[in-house]
Design a protein around this ligand. Structure first.
Ligand code: KG4
Ligand code: ZN
Length: 338
């Protein structure tokens, strides 16, 4: 890998992030999270876009200072072109275009989902990176899919959600429990003190490797409505057990299909990526599968799970080596196939 220095910019949802990569070493990875969405129980696109505008310059400046890099040492600028919220993507895209133009360096577009997966190739992400072909369960607030990764830029989605994403299921069920947004990390924390077998919820029966999470959400909602009628304090009194049971159910749904795909395709290189891969119980099940099924597992470092610019810089570095540059007339896109 070349030693080029690349600035990566991520603004697809509610995190404004900038990172500097040299070769495949991350020198800085700065993020400004947007607290504003908490009071609305979810990301408000218009507010996200405005917050990106406020955050982008300080975040980029911090990433340069932390990396001890001058602007004129940058060889190229990588940015998230999509998928994501259009108003959010536009801020990062416009900023990246303007800076590339003023520094007269190449611009490199990055697919956010590819970046979640390719973050496994950052030098401190894994002691040894995954070997092709590998399977990557990509689970975030917006996506849930099993990807067959044949090469860096040769990926095939072999299963995906037909409705909600896994992170969305955590967040929406958390809302039923009156937890703050995003509820995923809170459920993870509370579940540690709960009994995962306390309650049972419906699991979908889908063919092939596809997922569905709207059923468990409805099943939790009806169950809670029924119990709260009998005891208004039901949620409060059972919060930890509820979180542990919901988490167990979501992870079982995710892992059943992943295990089936690994078996059918006879692949033992298995990775996870995306915000939900921060979940401690999911990480533990992957560890168990390493022992039980002989999988070589790849679990991202915590800072590379949720949205971050390090993964964008990583993909930009790979494309830079290939000379894959983007025209300055490019535009952000909310949908962007793998
Ligand atoms: O990848 P990401 O940062 O943003 C998207 O591209 O969507 O993922 C955010 C999602 C949210 O739904 C959040 O609740 C979930 O990841 N999440 C978790 C955990 N940390 C983040 N879900 C379960 N357990 C966690 N520890
Ligand atoms: Zn993401």
């Amino acid at each position: 890998m070349s030693d080029s220095i690349i600035l990566g910019i991520e603004s697809s949802c509610d995190d404004t992030s900038a990172a500097i990569i040299k070769g495949n070493s991350i020198l800085s990875n700065i993020a400004a999270n947007q607290e504003i969405h908490k009071e609305y129980g979810g990301v408000v696109p218009e507010l996200a876009s405005r917050a990106h505008q406020q955050n982008i310059i300080p975040v980029v400046e911090k990433s340069l200072t932390k990396a001890n890099i001058q602007q004129n040492a940058i060889s190229a600028i990588g940015f998230t072109r999509g998928p994501g919220l259009l108003g959010s993507l536009l801020v990062g895209t416009s900023f990246a275009k303007s800076l590339a133009m003023s520094l007269d360096v190449p611009l490199i577009e990055v697919n956010h989902l590819q970046a979640h997966i390719l973050a496994h190739f950052i030098d401190d992400a894994n002691p040894v990176p995954p070997k092709f072909p590998f399977l990557c369960l990509t689970v975030s607030g917006g996506h849930t899919m099993i990807v067959l990764v044949k090469d860096y830029f040769d990926m095939e989605i072999i299963g995906k959600t037909t409705d909600d994403a896994a992170g969305e299921a955590f967040d929406k069920i958390g809302k039923i429990f009156d937890l703050d947004y995003p509820a995923g990390p809170i459920i993870d924390r509370l579940a540690k003190e709960g009994n995962p077998d306390a309650f049972k919820f419906n699991k979908p029966r889908l063919e092939n490797y596809d997922y569905s999470f709207s059923g468990i959400k409805t099943s939790v909602l009806y169950f809670i409505q029924k119990e709260v009628k009998k005891n208004p304090d039901f949620i409060k009194e059972n919060m930890n057990d509820l979180c542990a049971s919901v988490q167990k159910c979501i992870i079982e749904i995710l892992m059943n299909k992943l295990e089936k795909a690994a078996k059918d395709l006879n692949i033992k290189e298995v990775a996870i990526a995306g915000g939900v891969s921060a979940n401690s119980a999911l990480r533990k099940v992957m560890q168990d599968n390493h022992e039980r099924l002989g999988w070589n597992i790849y679990i991202p470092k915590f800072e590379y799970t949720t949205d971050n610019a390090a993964m964008i810089a990583m993909v930009a570095q790979l494309k830079f080596e290939r000379g894959e540059f983007t025209d300055l007339r490019t535009t952000a896109t909310s949908k962007y196939d793998l």
